[in-house]
Each structure stands twice: as C-alpha cells, then as structure tokens.
Ligand binder design. Sequence first.
Ligand code: AMP
Length: 417
Amino acid sequence: MTFNELGLIKPLLSALSEQGYTKPTLIQEKSISSILDGHDLMATAQTGTGKTAAFTLPMLQRLSKGERHGTAPRALVLTPTRELAAQVQESIRTYGKHLKLRSFSVFGGVKINPQIKVLRQGIDILVATPGRLLDLHQQKVLDMNHIEILVLDEADRMLDMGFIPDIKRIQSRLPQEKQTLLFSATFSADIRKLAETMLIEPIQVDVAPRNSTAITVSQKVIPVDKGRKLEALREVVTQNQNQTLVFTRTKHCANKVAKSLSKSGIDAEAIHGNKSQAHRNRVLNGFKNGRVAVLVATDIASRGLDIDQLPRVINFELPHVAEDYVHRIGRTGRAGHSGEALSLVCSEEAKQLHAIEKLSNQNIEREELKGLEPKSPLAERREGKPRQEKSANSAQGRGRSRRGGRRRSNANRSKAA
Ligand code: AMP
C-alpha cells in the first residue's frame, strides 16, 4: 500500500517523500483512513512502529479543511512526558510543513510565560503534558471549547504516572463532539476501562502482538553477579562501540553508572526527572548527534526519546514491571531496523526475568561474559517451553460500516447504556 492510496492530500505526500518515507508502516496502513473518516480509534502500538505519523497525518489533513476560532486550538495531543510532547510537535511540524497550521508544545519544568505568549497568538494544534495544560487552562489563557480532535499518546504510561484524574479533568472541559484517538503500547484492563469512558465505538487496531517484544530486536541475557555489573557493562560497551541506551531502575543508579563509565573514558551521560530541562535537551541532542555514546536513563525519562535507529539497549537492572521491559527494548529495532537488547541479570533478579519471559512468551538466550561468570547462577525458568502466541494482529473493531459522519454524542450514549 502507498500513502497515496490511503487518501492523503498532496502537501502531506510531499512532506513524506521529503522525509524519505516510501510506504506506510503497518499502524499507519491500519489507522489513517479510519481517522480520516472521523472514527474514534484505539490502537495498541509500541513506540517505533510509526504511531506518531499514524495519528499526525490524518489529524493534519482533517484540520487543513476548517478554520480556527480566534486563538483556540482545534486539536489537542496529550503525552506523558515533556520529551514526548516536544517530539510529537516536531513530527507535526515536519509532516505539516506544507500546510498553514500552527502547532506548539507545552509542558512543565520550564517557564510558563513564554508559553502563554504563544498561546495568545493562536495555534491550531497543541501538544501538552496534562499538568501544564490544566495550569494554562486555569490561568484562562487557553480556550479548549473548540477542540475537534483529542489524541492520548502512550496512554498506558499516563496511567502508570498517575495522570488519569488530570485526563478526566481535561476531558470534562472539552466539547463532547470530537474525535478521540488513544494510543497505548500495552493493553491492560485499566486502559480498556479508560477507553470505554472516552471513546465512542472506536475502530480497534493492534499492530504488535499483545505484550510481545519487537521481532527486529535480538535479545540476550548476560548472567553476572550484582557486584560486577559495572565491569560487565564497561566490557560490553567497549567491546562493540555501538551507540547505547542503558536503563537503570533509579535516578541514583543512573548517575552512578554514567559517572563510572565516564571515569573509564566513555562519553556517558545520565538523563532523569531530577535533571533540568536544559540539561535533558543538551544531553539528548548530544546523544542524537553522536557526541554522547552512552545515555543512561530511568524508565520514565526514557519515554518519548525518539532516536532513529538506535542500535543497542542495555538493561543494567531489570525493571520491576515486566511491561517496562517491552517499552525499554522498543527503543531499538525501530521502524524495521534491527537492534540488540542486552540485559545484565544477577541471581536476585531471576523473578523479574521470568516474569518478562512469561509476558513476552519467550525464553531469552543466556550468554556469560568471559572472566565475569557469576558465582551465584541464575535460576532457570520452570514452566518449560513458551506457548505459541495466538494471532493477535490487527483486530479491526466494529463500526466499520459507519464511515463518515459524526455519531451519537456522549450524552446520547449514556442514555442508551
Ligand atoms: P514512532 O513509532 O512514531 O516513534 O516512529 C518511529 C520512527 O519511525 C520515527 O523515527 C519516524 O520518523 C519513523 N517513521 C515513521 N513512519 C515511517 C515510514 N512510513 N517509513 C519510514 N520511517 C517511518
């Protein structure tokens, strides 16, 4: 399938070809025409699948048809982190470069006044983290009465970060008649519940097998004693000097790892919530342009990092929540490129490892490092072979026949329920 066949307009097609995109990714193929038709959409797609363009392209196309009411934005994209907000806006600007739509991103941790100034000039698309958006709304500089399209990006992460009350508050201030699109990397009962309260007869798209890891990523576990992880990391990083994103569970550990690598002459930096926005931007740009070879991040800080073709992710510590492993390794092997995900695992983490293997339905290959073989061996998983995943691809939902026109309002819907 081509972008042309999806019904995209010329200014978008030109921007895509300038980006060098030759064909849509699976999530784009499955979402774009439904969004263009005005349907609500609930998509399960990991970062790296091309999900940003999947909602940005049809959103731009729909907005290109109408007019702004004064300064009030017509589309709102909510993201869990400032990095993701900035990145989504960059994508909007890239894909919308031949359209006359203004976009802007707002998030906390930076001064609010410059943001107020831009909002007062009027914008069409606002990308925001929930807290700052509510601040701006309370200060009466933001009119949310003309939002036609609402996007919840990385909804599962917003849920994990406790943003649901904020999202509900935002939702109550938006017009009832609008199109809502929800994207989530994983699919839990809580996400389903959220979707039920926010979406009307959504088309459902599921491009990654549920809770499975990206197939373009080769995964390996390196069993190593806890006290020798830093040595093991240094060894792996110097053996093969690929650009690397290292994950730790805590900010403290991220700092410790970055410091230790720097001491050994490796260009490493830590990025996490305690660092200022300026620091985060500087480090991220350094990593993008290759000045920083190793970026050490916590799970939350890593959300929204869009680094093209990142070749390697290393888990210095396994996450407590198995789903986070899927998010972490989704940072490599993006958009069809292959990547490597290594996990330094000590015997104390056997339980987390087994939970990850169970969730992602696989046994990850073990490979010890010479000279760093663990004294305490890693317990094997007991359950035996993983079961075969049933086909989980592409569940197109109901409501297909109702192409076009907008539908029952939320009020009617609750009456019907
Ligand atoms: P996302 O899943 O939105 O984070 O996108 C992952 C990466 O894929 C980004 O770096 C995009 O620039 C890139 N990308 C998105 N759509 C396409 C496409 N159709 N062809 C090639 N690359 C793409």
